[in-house]
Ligand binder design. Structure first.
Ligand SMILES: Nc1ccn([C@@H]2O[C@H](COP(=O)(O)OP(=O)(O)OP(=O)(O)O)[C@@H](O)[C@H]2O)c(=O)n1
Ligand SMILES: Nc1nc2c(ncn2[C@@H]2O[C@H](COP(=O)(O)OP(=O)(O)O)[C@@H](O)[C@H]2O)c(=O)[nH]1
Length: 226
């Protein structure tokens, strides 16, 4: 069995985490765990943590650290046999510390995208609310305008994707992400990619992961119980 690989992808809203995660999952066979999707699944399933999370998301707030970690850590502990890529978690230093207590990360991908590019992308981002699938009217449009490719259901534009909301979201992201980025830099596992186009960033990420994802060694580094 090959050695297990643990990665995190970070970046502000609209930086391409979801888009790049899908490419990584597809090319390297990692399980993609999107914390946003996972939260939404818990909300739909009415789990205890999901019900709690919903009260914050409805107000446009971040879900508190203890709720996020209560949701995510058991999910990761179920995944000890798989290599995975975590998208949207950790967002805060407390979440990073909690993650650190159950596993060692191999790579943290940090997307650094100019503000103007983020604004432009999110202005054209359309989301399928129940699955979290995203489209962009130019970059990856749906097959039928306004409808999700898989279910045929209506796509929506999220309130907080509007340019007015984005500046505040971005400022908030920078404040809470800075100590997380510093932590991973200090551990020498942070790889930052800066560009305006996902298609230009992708070959560099792909090259990095080709050198980092080893084969031929068995090593489950995430604790299975805690
Ligand atoms: N570590 C996390 C991940 C998610 N959320 C909550 O779950 C929602 C959905 O998460 P996500 O899909 O990651 O949404 P966005 O904030 O829209 O992220 P992005 O624009 O970067 O895709 C967030 O708005 C936030 O309220 C959170 O509080 N903490
Ligand atoms: N124009 C353009 N849009 C992109 C590019 N990469 C991603 N997108 C779109 O930008 C939006 C944000 O990407 P997403 O993967 O959702 O970012 P996340 O918020 O970090 O998960 C989506 O609508 C994507 O389809 C790109 O290189 N160019």
């Amino acid at each position: 069995m090959s050695k297990l690989f643990r990665a995190v992808i970070m970046g502000p809203p609209g930086s391409g985490k979801g888009t790049i995660s899908e490419r990584i999952a597809h090319s390297f066979g990692l399980k993609h765990i999107s914390s946003g999707d996972f939260v939404r699944e818990n909300i739909s399933a009415n789990t205890e943590a999901g019900v709690l999370a919903k009260t914050y998301i409805k107000k446009g707030l971040l879900v508190p650290d203890h709720v996020m970690t209560r949701l995510l850590l058991p999910r990761l502990e179920e995944m000890t046999k798989y290599s995975w890529l975590l998208d949207g978690f950790p967002r805060t230093l407390a979440q990073a510390d909690a993650l650190n207590s159950i596993c060692d990360l191999d790579v943290v991908i940090n997307l650094n995208i100019p503000l103007e590019t983020l604004k432009e992308r999110l202005r054209h981002r359309w989301t399928h609310p129940s699955s979290g699938r995203v489209y962009n009217m130019y970059f990856n449009p749906p097959r039928i305008q306004g409808l999700d490719d898989i279910t045929g259901e209506q796509l929506i534009q999220q309130e907080d994707d509007r340019p007015e909301a984005l500046v505040a979201r971005l400022r908030h992201y920078k404040d809470i992400a800075k100590p997380v980025i510093d932590l991973y830099k200090a551990k020498s596992i942070l790889y930052t990619f800066s560009d305006t186009e996902t298609d230009r960033i992708w070959p560099n990420i792909s090259t990095l992961l080709s050198t980092k994802i080893p084969i031929g060694q068995s090593d489950a580094r995430c604790a299975s119980t805690h």
